[in-house]
Design a protein around this ligand. Structure first.
Ligand code: IMP
Ligand code: MG
Length: 170
């Protein structure tokens, strides 16, 4: 079911380096708080945080989307105050943007100094929510992607590259 990589580990490393360089320049003299959305963005955030040259803090947030943006629940909040902080929200995939919009709204309520979105994969043609993406590694085709933290029903997160899965989860 898993074939050749869609994006191999060299391509991922090169995009991570480019985004880390952009973040390092954009946040020069600042100390951003990078917030990864669990669980799929953890791998991307780990690599990104090692590659930035500015001091930064790392934290995580978890939400569950029960479908169609109708029921999104905050499962685990960040562990530090975000008021006055420069936030970089790190996501794995932005499709409709509804999941991300929920998280952005929760964080903006707490008056951070700024909030930028960074995503590994982006499918802009599927967007419903009005979400601005500041940094993105790849535009993803309309296939379900696994590996590098992304799962299909809990599987394949450990793969070092991004692969197309034959089917979408039900
Ligand atoms: P959105 O709310 O429609 O933007 O959904 C984004 C979320 O759907 C992501 O954070 C993932 O959890 C999941 N998702 C969407 N496409 C993929 C994919 O290709 N592989 C793995 N997860 C995906
Ligand atoms: Mg998922």
């Amino acid at each position: 079911m898993i074939g050749d990589p869609l994006f191999d580990s060299e391509s991922i490393a090169s995009r991570v380096a480019a985004i880390a360089a952009a973040i390092s320049a954009d946040y020069s003299g600042k100390r951003p708080l990078m917030i990864g959305r669990l669980t799929a963005a953890a791998t991307f955030l780990a690599d990104l945080s090692k590659a930035v040259t500015v001091a930064c803090d790392v934290d995580f947030i978890a939400v569950t989307n029960y479908g169609d943006g109708v029921g999104i629940v905050l499962e685990q909040d960040v562990s530090v105050p975000v008021a006055g902080r420069d936030l970089i929200l790190v996501d794995d995939t932005v499709d409709t943007g509804l999941t991300l919009q929920f998280v952005v709204k929760r964080l903006l309520e707490r008056a951070p100094a700024s909030l930028a979105v960074c995503t590994l994969l982006d499918r802009p043609h599927r967007r419903i929510a009005d979400i601005q993406i500041k940094y993105r590694a790849f535009e993803a085709p309309d296939v379900f992607v696994v590996g590098y933290g992304l799962d299909y029903l809990g599987r394949y997160r450990e793969l070092p590259a991004l692969y197309a899965h034959g089917t979408w989860p039900a």
